[in-house]
Design a protein around this ligand. Structure first.
Ligand code: THU
Length: 113
């Protein structure tokens, strides 16, 4: 749902029990309140009661990899931990990463204890 940027992104998040929850980026007229596909997938999964996750695939129709933005890295880390992250376009895989490598020295709830 990207009528402003026309940059369409999809995310597929796999839970520990093998359920796949999807998300797309949702843009709106303020632009700034846009939510990325990754966060939509994670929030949808959390709202459905899922708490443990294995991996996420992020797909955009670009030749270069489309990696998650900083805000998404934070949210994915806090709720998903060290997820396997697969980047792809509609034809091929463009990158494979671990989230811990994409978000070094994270701030998270452990630091609030
Ligand atoms: N976007 C995502 O949904 N995920 C990413 O990993 C990168 C960016 C979206 C946000 C916005 O709707 C559009 O792509 C352009 O930034």
């Amino acid at each position: 749902m990207a009528p402003y940027s026309n940059f369409k992104v999809g995310a597929a998040l796999e839970t520990a029990d093998g359920t796949v929850i999807t998300g797309v980026n949702v843009e709106n007229a303020t632009y700034g309140l846009t939510v990325c596909a990754e966060r939509v997938a994670m929030f949808t999964a959390l709202a459905a009661g899922h708490r443990k996750f294995r991996r996420i695939a992020i797909v955009a129709d670009t030749e270069d990899p489309t990696p998650p933005c900083g805000a998404c890295r934070q949210i994915l880390w806090e709720f998903g931990g060290d997820l396997a992250v697969t980047l792809a376009n509609t034809r091929r895989v463009t990158g494979r990463h671990q989230l811990a490598d994409l978000l070094p020295l994270p701030f998270d709830a452990r630091l609030l204890e």
